[in-house]
Design a protein around this ligand. Structure first.
Ligand SMILES: [Zn+2]
Length: 325
């Protein structure tokens, strides 16, 4: 399996749980996209399934481990996604609920994995609730999601939740150089997405992501130049799809956050994709202005999720930002 970078404490905790047989029937790994939740979830399936776990580590060498690596273990079931946003339908969840009562094929456990649960609606979650509350003793659930808030409190209360963190920039660079030869593009990626290996990889390989980053940078630059018209034009290029625009707004929000922190700390840990822009922005925004802009972006982000006209939302955001600059 892929090497895990960072998250040393979390890995140790999972290993100890299995070693001491304190295993929860449902776990949730949450954290931003690209951060490695699925890799950690995969490692956890090895820990749960490998019959030769020693000192808390799976052997990676037995038939079970090989089957997991080849993605053909019959008792590890990945729930199927459906719909445009990639949610889990009630039918899928119902099927899993009844399948859970069929004993495992050739192991002592049966694992159901629900990846990227950001679009799992309430009905599906409610359907799942009963089985999570009282699962057959051999059944385990693993969920991954961007945030805990995507779940109903009733589901969360039945899960052991683990936050997954970015690794250090050094670790991220090492990870990327395993497959990338171009040092400059790795450095550019790490400057934008820091310790988020998945996002750095997307930045290197996906032109669309690089384009989004550039547009968010040009929005930032026009705000720095206090040019409202340019900002509006740049904002209208943030994307066509609502989800795409939401991602760009999140990037802009992180740049603002870094600018605010720079008022207090000259060498902060940057989380935004444009450290240089944040430095220039910090000359014109204070803590209060930054917080205000953050709330405006948050409001626009939520409106984008509704049916309100995108151009109207972005125009309003732009003019509200310039009212306080
Ligand atoms: Zn093994």
């Amino acid at each position: 399996m892929k090497k895990i970078y960072g998250n040393h404490k979390l890995i140790k905790m999972l290993e100890d749980m299995v070693k001491n047989n304190h295993i929860s029937h449902a776990v949730l790994f949450y954290g931003e996209n690209g951060i490695g939740k699925k890799t950690i979830a995969e490692y956890y399936t090895y820990l749960l399934m490998c019959p030769n776990v020693k000192d808390g580590k799976p052997c990676f060498n037995c038939k079970t481990c090989h089957n997991i690596a080849d993605n053909i273990h019959p008792d590890i079931i990945t729930a199927e996604k459906s719909g445009k946003l990639g949610g889990y339908s009630v039918e899928t969840v119902r099927k899993i609920c009844s399948d859970a009562f069929i004993k495992p094929n050739n192991s002592r456990k049966k694992i159901y994995i629900f990846k990227d649960c950001s679009h799992m609606d309430e009905r599906s979650q409610n359907t799942l609730l009963k089985i999570i509350e009282e699962p057959p003793e051999y059944v385990y659930f693993i969920f991954t999601a961007e945030s805990k808030s995507k779940f109903l409190p009733t589901i969360i209360s039945r899960c052991m939740s683990f936050g997954v963190s970015p690794c250090s920039e050094e670790e991220c660079q090492t990870a990327l150089l395993e497959t990338e030869n171009d040092v400059k593009s790795v450095e550019n990626a790490v400057e934008c997405f820091h310790g988020n290996i998945g996002m750095c990889k997307s930045f290197i390989n996906d032109e669309k992501i690089r384009e989004s980053v550039n547009i968010v940078k040009s929005v930032t630059d026009s705000i720095i130049r206090k040019n409202e018209y340019e900002t509006l034009l740049a904002m209208n290029n943030l994307g066509k799809e609502r989800e795409e625009i939401k991602k760009s707004l999140t990037m802009l929000d992180l740049i603002i956050r870094d600018a605010v922190i720079l008022n207090y700390d000259e060498n902060p840990v940057f989380i935004g994709c444009y450290p240089e822009g944040s430095r220039n922005l910090s000359d014109i925004i204070s803590l209060n202005t930054g917080n205000y802009i953050h709330r405006l972006i948050e409001k626009a982000w939520h409106s984008i999720g509704t049916n309100v006209n995108i151009t109207l939302i972005l125009s309003a955001l732009c003019s509200e930002i310039f009212e306080i600059l």
